[in-house]
Design a protein around this ligand. Structure first.
Ligand SMILES: Cc1ncc(C[n+]2csc(CCOP(=O)(O)OP(=O)(O)O)c2C)c(N)n1
Length: 526
């Protein structure tokens, strides 16, 4: 019997993947998913089994590398935050069309309440859209076990499995009892190599096969869903993923209402219909968007009363928690009060001594002479430059959008158009936009604020470190318009002059302010 461990949900998934015999984890950092890969990296570094665990350049490269592992019969884990699914979507959706060889599990960590994200999108829609099985654990122990099971299922049905978690599952700890660990699969080649060539002739056949598989997946959900009968049938509760935890915390012991725990999709339609037939109404407790609640409208007779986030019984936005679930269950509010009144909010800010600050101070000075200027920015620590007192940037949409938006605005006649992007975001998805700008000779000034790390998510390696000038030159930026400066208060005059010169140049210029992130520097000194 293995020792029990106190693990984050992320770590439980990581351990499950290690014990399932993965050959590699492929990921780009993003809260709340980052700790999955970091745990595997730590285990490998401390002498565990060899597992490929280097950070990828973005979520799409991660998904595709994992698909390559699966093609040759071995197991791979892919991890990302929910918005990473948008980047990986092309590969993800088509991986359901090719099918998989070795087990392939994709973890998408959703962030309801947008603690560190631009939106609240719910990754379950991606799983449904791609017609793949979705797992949604309700506890850390389940996260461990379901990961192992997801790899087995993936190989059994020949499809990737999407594991969907939300912030609380990822970042809260509980005891996990690990099971047995297995080794890697042997190398093996695809049974039907044509499946992997998505020419229309093969794709049409594969799509039919994918659709034909759906009743089998639905049947599996019927067999595994856990239904607990309760004496009071005035209401039935459908509790998904971590929502089940919140329900059980409020209804300890034997729940008085019937409870159906949903931890995998497609939905167990027959089970749901049977439950609706014996309950006065149904309450859907699901974190994220009303994914189940919406589907129930098509599954159940229209007379059936379904309540949840759409009906207003639970809040439409933000995370679920034991308190708002408690109210939806018709119970009196918990006595501990509203924590938001007890904990003083601390808005995020750039660290003192951060190089991004010096970049923005110089930029703000220079742009006083250009009242029509706009600074398109991106996602990273430097996004905090939008806040007072700096107020230095005008946009933050999705990773890589700074350069392309500056190009578009310049095409439309804006001058000067500037872009500010971090080093990791630049390699993630800024390079192709820079190529577009070079190809159309757009008069834009791109600032790649290089702190030599992916700071926002905790200081992971940045894919282009040491190669940014070469990348820009390779993309076609003229060498004399690739300028490197050191963002320190003592260099202000030089930075301002460089900015003025490159704004005056009517072509693509890149300025790279380079100074190591003070947080990673501090950690190195320690
Ligand atoms: C598609 C997507 N993937 C991941 C993230 C999470 N994320 C936000 S910023 C960032 C990288 C920031 O690194 P960098 O551009 O170097 O800027 P820094 O934070 O170091 O200033 C990451 C990984 C995200 N928001 N969107």
């Amino acid at each position: 019997m293995n020792d029990k461990l106190l693990l984050l949900g992320d770590q439980a998934i990581a351990l499950g993947a290690i014990d399932a015999g993965i050959t590699g984890v492929y990921a780009y950092p993003g809260t709340p998913s980052t700790e999955i890969t970091e745990y595997i990296q730590e285990r490998v570094a401390s002498g565990g089994r060899t597992i490929h665990c280097r950070w990828c350049t973005n979520e799409k490269t991660a998904m595709e590398a994992a698909l390559g592992v699966s093609y040759v019969g071995r197991r791979a884990l892919v991890c990302m935050k929910h918005v990473g699914m948008n980047v990986a979507a092309d590969a993800f959706v088509n991986s359901a069309m090719t099918g998989v060889g070795g087990g392939l599990v994709v973890v998408a960590a959703d962030d309801p309440s947008m603690h560190s994200s631009q939106n609240e999108q719910d990754s379950r829609f991606y799983g449904k859209f791609a017609f793949v099985p979705i797992f949604e654990p309700s506890s850390q122990q389940e996260a461990y076990q379901m990961t192992v099971e997801a790899f087995d299922l993936s190989e059994r049905v020949g499809l990737p499995v999407l594991m969907r978690i939300t912030t609380r599952m990822a970042h809260s700890r509980a005891i996990v009892a690990p099971g047995v660990s297995r080794g890697e699969n042997a190398l093996s080649m695809p049974r039907n190599p044509a499946d992997w060539v998505l020419l229309p002739v093969n794709a049409r056949r594969r799509y039919r096969e994918l659709l034909d598989l759906q009743p089998r997946l639905e049947q599996m959900s019927e067999e595994t869903s856990v239904y607990t009968g309760g004496p009071d049938h005035s209401m039935g509760i459908i509790a998904c993923g971590i929502g089940y935890n919140y329900v059980m915390e409020n209804l300890p012991g034997e729940p008085i209402y019937p409870v159906l725990k949903i931890d995998r999709y497609p939905l167990p339609v027959e089970r749901l219909r049977a439950m609706a037939a014996e309950c006065g109404s149904l309450l859907v407790v699901e974190d994220g968007q009303p994914f189940v609640e919406e589907q129930l409208r098509g599954i159940l007779p229209s007379a059936c009363r379904v309540e949840g986030r759409l009906s207003g019984r639970l809040p439409r936005v933000g995370e679920l928690n034991p308190d708002n679930v408690r109210l939806a269950l018709g119970l009196a509010p918990a006595e501990c009060g509203d924590v938001s009144e007890l904990v003083a909010p601390r808005p995020p800010a750039l660290c003192n001594g951060c190089g991004h600050r010096d970049v923005y101070n110089a930029m703000n000075e220079v742009l006083k002479d250009f009242p029509a200027s706009k600074v398109f920015s991106d996602i990273g620590c430097y996004t905090l430059g939008a806040l007072p007192p700096l107020r230095a940037i005008d946009s933050c949409v999705d990773m890589g959008a700074s350069i392309t938006m500056a190009k578009g605005a310049s095409d439309a006649g804006l001058f000067p158009a500037l872009a500010v992007i971090g080093d990791s975001t630049f390699t993630h998805s800024g390079i192709t936009g820079l190529l577009d700008a070079v190809n159309s000779r757009s008069p834009i000034t791109v600032v790649i604020s290089d702190n030599l790390t992916t700071a926002m998510t905790g200081g992971q390696d940045s894919a282009g470190t040491g190669r940014l000038e070469a990348i820009c030159q390779g993309v076609g930026v003229e060498p004399e318009h690739i300028r490197v400066v050191v963002p320190l208060p003592k260099n202000m005059e030089q930075i301002r002059t460089t900015l003025r010169e490159e704004i005056a140049y009517r072509g693509v210029s890149v300025i790279i302010p380079r100074r190591e992130c003070i947080q990673t520097l501090k950690r190195k000194h320690k």
